[in-house]
Every structure is written in structure tokens, then in C-alpha cells.
Design a protein. Structure first.
Ligand code: PLP
Length: 426
């Protein structure tokens, strides 16, 4: 039962609660969500429901309050919500690891379960650095990435986020200095491939790994690029003894029209990070997968263990829901749903291309993006979407949507309409 009125709640929220990338006290009043079901968020102020265009940041692919996921959580809750993972194991974690190994690109065999995407990237970086240390090459400790990326908010991930969007200037002298390539062009260009090759060759002695988001750069700018660059990276990394890490935290589980974006290029990375949609948006959980080459390399070292072990590693509740979410996804024609959403977004967002202030409209899989030629007026854009009955959360010059896969055609049209309205008014 609610104990606080909406005004009380908002007042306390503003005074005490940090929100993502927010000031303290808060300046923009958030909406209070009372409950959520299907693709709808119910607001606590009595103003009704909003169709969710964000999947709670890529995660709620099956929508909210899903009976199958609820049941999986309830069932596991009756057994145990958590138990430590040191010296103990349990079926949800083991089944989840098996699912991930089976469904991910061939060659990824070992799974480290972490509690958030950023931590899974930390683990990936630790794996790569330790691999080279174990092989007697401790000098290989830098990372290479291309600009425009986003890999999370803890320190190692921050160091490979886009230097401008990632506020590197604020952290000069604190963040590890990594090697940055130019942002990847949309289409394949041999000159850009050469740029990647030459950077990897030049820095090979100090590079532990190349880390990129394959095919779609998410929170760094919502840009798409040719999958052919992933093959260029794979070949150059192999030629110069550098590991390749794919951060599929946003792209994983079907969002781009392939189960994992790596499949668009038929490339297996040495290490792969998963998160966001892993539990269908129910609970925080992430995974770092690696090949036997990486695991064996680490195990042959002077310190033969991977020294990482979060308290809530392998959380049974989250793992049980993740298993249910994966089974739900694979048990349906998910690709048809993603293609349907892609077609709906292409049609519904097309009018935005003619609006003044719009630079570009782009759609890939179940992702739709309208890029403006100016910074978005958050309040105006969000307000316009809410008036259309839709929840959107634009950033920088981008109004975008990645709807739950269960979004019906009418709701999809409504989301696209709201994106256009936000672009017009934001
Ligand atoms: C969201 C995201 C992360 C960080 O995940 P958190 O769970 O927020 O820590 C890392 N990489 C990519 C590509 C992401 O989209």
C-alpha cells in the first residue's frame, strides 16, 4: 500500500535520491510510476498510462509483469533468493551458463556472472590484462576502441567511452589513457579499415584488447556501422596478438535483428559482455563470456585464478528469471517480431525526416533514432511524447526508441508518432 502521497514522494525524491546523470537536488521532476504491465507504465498521479518506448533502457524485451517471468521469480523465491557462489553452486546459474554458451557465437565457452553491465566490462578488461600477464607480456595493458562508444560508468568502462560524451576532460590524469580510433563510418570504407589496422599494428606491444560495441553504438550516440569492420578487427587482432572484446550489453538478445550483433559479421570475439535484456528487465544481472584460449591462458599464469567475485555473483533469483526470459525469447519467432517492429518504425518515423531541425532518421532492427541538428530540449520533447501517451527519454541530440518486442502494431504507431512529436517540439 502506498504510504506517501505523490507530492510527498516527489519532494523526498528531489531532496534525497540521485537519479542517472542527475544533479542533487534534482532539477527536473520525474514521473512517478505506480506499476507496469505489458508495454504500459501506470502513473501514480492518476493521469493514466504511458506506452513504453524505451524498454527501460533496452532491457524489458518481453514487457512488464510477464506471467512467465513472474512465475519463474516466484518459484525461485520459494527456494532461495540468494546464496553465496564461493564454494556453492545451483541450478539457475548452471542452466543460465549453458544457455549462454549454446546461444552465443561458437567458441565462447566460459561464463562469469556479474551484477551489472559495467562490472561485466571490468571483468572483461581484467580477463584480457591477466591473460597477457599470464603469458609473460605484462606490457600489454592498454585498450583500443573507436570513438562514439559507451561501455558503462565505472572506471575501466569510462576510459573507453567516447572521450567527449564520456566527460574525459573532467577526468584528465585520473582515467587510464586508451587508444582511440575515429568513429566507424556507416558504410564500409577501405580507408577506415586501414586506419583500424594501422592503429592496432602500431600499438600492438601495449594493447591487451580492442573493445567495441558491434554494429550499434548505443548510449555513445546511437550510431550504426557496417558489420564488415568487425571482421577487419578480428583479422587485425589475430595478426598482432591482441584480444577482441564485444560489448553486446545493448545489442544482445535479438535487438539488432540477430541474436547477437556479432552474427552479422560471423565473428567470434575472445570475450563478450552481456547485460540489459539478460533478465528481460526484471533484475540486475550481466555476464562476461570468454573462449577456452582466454580461460586457459589465465589458468597457466603465476596467479592461475581470476581474482573477481562479487557478493551477489550468480544470484539465483536473477539467474532463474534470465533462464525463463531466454526460453521465452527462443521459444517464439523473435526475429519476425523484431522485423515487424523494424518495418513499423521505418514507416512511422519516415515523416520525421522532413521536419525542420531533423538531421537524420535511422532504423535498425527494433531500434529507431531521430537525430536533430541541435541539443534536444528535454522538457519539451518528453512533454510532447507524454501528451501522445508515450514514454521516451531523449539525450543530447537524439530522440530514440527501442520498444519491447511484444509491442503491438497500434502501440508501435503511437510510439513512432510520439517520436515525431518530440522531434517537432524538442
Ligand atoms: C548499458 C551499457 C553498459 C553498462 O551497463 P550497466 O548495467 O548500466 O552498468 C555497458 N555497455 C553498453 C554497450 C551498454 O549499453
Amino acid at each position: 500500500m502506498p504510504e506517501l502521497s505523490v507530492p510527498e514522494l516527489l519532494d523526498l525524491d528531489r531532496r534525497h535520491v540521485w537519479h542517472p546523470y542527475g544533479p542533487m537536488p534534482g532539477r527536473q521532476e520525474p514521473l512517478v510510476v505506480e506499476s507496469a504491465s505489458g508495454v504500459r507504465l501506470r502513473l501514480a498521479d492518476g493521469s493514466g498510462e504511458l506506452v513504453d518506448g524505451m524498454s527501460s533502457w533496452w532491457s524489458a524485451i518481453h514487457g512488464y509483469n510477464h506471467p512467465v517471468l513472474n512465475e519463474a521469480a516466484r518459484e525461485q523465491l520459494g527456494r532461495m533468493s540468494h546464496v553465496m557462489f564461493g564454494g556453492l553452486t545451483h541450478e539457475p546459474a548452471v542452466r543460465l551458463a549453458k544457455h549462454l554458451v549454446d546461444m552465443s557465437p561458437d567458441g565462447l565457452e566460459h561464463v562469469f556472472l556479474a551484477d551489472s553491465g559495467s562490472v561485466s566490462v571490468e571483468v572483461a578488461v581484467k580477463m584480457c590484462l591477466q591473460y597477457w600477464r599470464s603469458l609473460g607480456r605484462p606490457g600489454k595493458q592498454r585498450l583500443l576502441t573507436w570513438r562514439g562508444g559507451y561501455h558503462g560508468d565505472t572506471w575501466q568502462p569510462m576510459s573507453v567511452c567516447d572521450p567527449q560524451g564520456g566527460m574525459h576532460e573532467l577526468w584528465t590524469g585520473v582515467l587510464q589513457r586508451q587508444v582511440f580510433a575515429d568513429p566507424p563510418p556507416v558504410e564500409y570504407e577501405e580507408s577506415y579499415a586501414d586506419h583500424l589496422r594501422s592503429l592496432i599494428e602500431r600499438h600492438a606491444d601495449e594493447l591487451a584488447a580492442v573493445i567495441v560495441e558491434p554494429v550499434v553504438q548505443g548510449a555513445g550516440g546511437m550510431r550504426f556501422h557496417s558489420p564488415a569492420y568487425l571482421r577487419v578487427l578480428r583479422e587485425a587482432c589475430d595478426a598482432h596478438d591482441v584480444l577482441l572484446v564485444f560489448d553486446e550489453i545493448a545489442t544482445g538478445f535479438g535487438r539488432t535483428g540477430a541474436l547477437f550483433a556479432a552474427e552479422h559479421a560471423a565473428v567470434t570475439p575472445d570475450v563478450m559482455c552481456l547485460g540489459k535484456a539478460l533478465t528481460g528487465g526484471y533484475l540486475t544481472l550481466a555476464a562476461t563470456l570468454c573462449t577456452s584460449r582466454v580461460a586457459d591462458g589465465i589458468s597457466r599464469g603465476e596467479v592461475p585464478v581470476l581474482a573477481h567475485g562479487p557478493t551477489f555473483m550468480g544470484n539465483p533469483l536473477a539467474a532463474a528469471v534470465a533462464c525463463a526470459s531466454i526460453e521465452l525469447l527462443l521459444g517464439q519467432d523473435w526475429l519476425a517480431e523484431v522485423k515487424r517492429i523494424e518495418a513499423g518504425l521505418r514507416e512511422g518515423l519516415a515523416p520525421a525526416a522532413k521536419l525542420p531541425g531533423v538531421r537524420e532518421v535511422r532504423v535498425l532492427g527494433a531500434i529507431g533514432v531521430v537525430q536533430l541538428d541541435h541539443s534536444v530540449d528535454m522538457k519539451a520533447a518528453t512533454g510532447a511524447a507524454v501528451r501522445e501517451g508515450v514514454w521516451l527519454r531523449p539525450f543530447r541530440d537524439l530522440i530514440y526508441t527501442m520498444p519491447p518486442y511484444v509491442t503491438g502494431d497500434a502501440d508501435l504507431a503511437r510510439i513512432a508518432n510520439a517520436v515525431c512529436a518530440a522531434a517537432r517540439e524538442g
